[in-house]
Design a protein around this ligand. Structure first.
Ligand code: SAM
Length: 218
């Protein structure tokens, strides 16, 4: 999914806005937090799609770049698609990864942008940020930063990044329109947004917010 304007994203969040109470959103977020705190140890067997190195290879990630990264770093990958298939990241660019998980996409972006660029990953689950920092220590990169934060309130000034990427996070964010506005706020003029994610093509397979809470609270 490569969005060309913030307006494109507004109906993504419309279904969510006004449907959930703050209490429901808190329960959903707690369920997501628990699920991803566990996945920070190892994503293997926790998702319906291939994770780790097998997932990266199946999604067509650049094998030359993968070969430069330690296997234990690649093992923590749990993305759903390949944001880098949507546009090129150029040398020297600054990249923000929203919902970076254990940081594999952030680290790959840092390799692409090279030593004169920088990649920053944010995630709202502290265990994921901890794992991302451990992963970074396994590499020789010094142009990567990780921070805990929400995609709905990005802790960066306006027009900070040449490129915003995200992989499998927007589907988890309750207020998608707000998160998309935030992504465009921190993006420089003529910047790129590359989002790989899961989308529903039909009506959702649940009938009430309680069903969604039940899904995440399992
Ligand atoms: C599919 S994983 C990301 C995978 C990652 N790109 C990789 O390289 O392995 C999705 C991430 O989104 C994070 N997330 C969910 N809701 C979020 C939110 N509101 N703000 C920031 N991150 C969020 C989750 O904690 C999870 O780590």
């Amino acid at each position: 999914m490569l969005y060309s304007s913030p307006r494109d994203s507004l109906h993504m969040g419309a279904a969510m806005n006004g449907v959930f109470t703050q209490e429901t959103i808190k329960k959903i977020e707690e369920g997501i937090r628990q699920r991803y705190a566990a996945a920070a140890k190892s994503p293997e067997g926790r998702f319906r799609f291939p994770t780790g190195k097998a997932g990266l290879e199946a999604l067509g990630y650049d094998r030359g770049i993968l070969a430069t990264l330690p296997d234990e770093v690649l093992a923590s990958y749990c993305g759903v698609g390949q944001p880098f298939a949507l546009a090129r990241i150029e040398q020297g660019e600054s990249v923000l990864d929203v919902g970076c998980g254990a940081g594999v996409d952030t680290i790959i972006a840092a390799v692409m942008t090279g030593p004169h660029g920088k990649a920053t990953g944010i995630d709202f689950v502290p265990e994921m940020i901890e794992r991302a920092k451990q992963n970074l220590e396994e590499t020789k990169l010094d142009n990567v930063a990780f921070a805990q934060g929400s995609g709905e309130n990005l802790p960066f000034p306006n027009e900070s990044f040449d490129c915003v990427i995200s992989n499998g996070a927007f589907n988890l964010i309750p207020d998608k329109a707000k998160a998309m506005r935030e992504a465009f706020r921190v993006l420089k003029h003529n910047g790129k947004i590359m989002i790989a994610d899961q989308v529903l093509e039909k009506s959702p397979p649940f009938s009430s917010p309680a069903d969604i809470v039940a899904t995440w609270a399992r």
